[in-house]
Design a protein around this ligand. Structure first.
Ligand SMILES: O=C(O)CCC(=O)C(=O)O
Length: 206
């Protein structure tokens, strides 16, 4: 829903604020901080382009997933995510967990022949994820404010359950594709080596 329509009490629990980079100069500046953009550019083998941002106040509590399900990159594997920690990631505030090496598991192909998820086919996809990641021991990230966790968009990850509901875990999570893989008319260069996608906000449910 539109942020102006969100009831006040929703802000005291897990909530995901989408795409503030479209409106906020501060968020945009953080997503394309010079040092961060340089590292992302090396990882992507090309300048990064912000394709989505998420601001969290509490941990996401999102189950294990692949980012490519939600934003499949134009070129295979050219997607990374960065989580800028504003609070400590502790045992009780729903820290991020990741399955090391899971980016080497062949992605599940949905019935339309792509890796972008189809809600109607989620059951078999989740079973595939469960079977293929069973032998990997997940690791938990215990970052400090100011730390940045970067993961390959094809790494299985999620947010752990929150054991202490009063503890925030504020963060800015940004997903990046590679600018050169995207139509130049649909992106804007905003820093020396950083781009943002040119698009409107996603439709809010009515
Ligand atoms: O910060 C988290 O809890 C996980 C965020 C996440 O999984 C994502 O944005 O893809």
């Amino acid at each position: 829903m539109k942020i102006t329509e969100v009831p006040a009490e929703a802000f005291s629990g897990p909530i995901k604020i989408n795409d503030l980079f479209l409106n906020s100069d501060i968020v945009r500046a953080c997503t394309l901080d010079e040092r961060l953009s340089t590292i992302l550019g090396e990882l992507l083998d090309g300048d990064p382009m912000v394709c989505n941002s998420l601001n969290f106040i509490y941990g996401s509590t999102q189950g294990a997933h692949y980012d490519s399900w939600f934003m499949a990159p134009p070129v295979k594997d050219k997607i990374v995510a960065a989580s800028i920690c504003l609070d400590e990631n502790a045992e009780d505030n729903g820290p991020v967990f990741l399955y090391p090496g899971s980016h080497t598991i062949p992605p599940y192909i949905f019935p339309h022949g792509k890796i972008a998820k189809l809600d109607a086919d989620l059951g078999p996809a989740l079973r595939y994820v469960e079977e293929t990641s069973r032998d990997i021991e997940p690791v938990t990230f215990y970052g400090q404010p100011g730390d940045v966790l970067i993961w390959h968009g094809q790494v299985l990850h999620g947010g752990s359950p929150i054991k202490n509901p009063s503890r925030t875990r504020r963060s800015l999570v940004t997903h990046y594709w590679r600018a050169k893989d995207y139509r130049s008319s649909l992106r804007t260069k905003i820093t020396k080596n950083g781009y943002v996608i040119k698009r409107a906000h996603q439709e809010a449910a009515s």
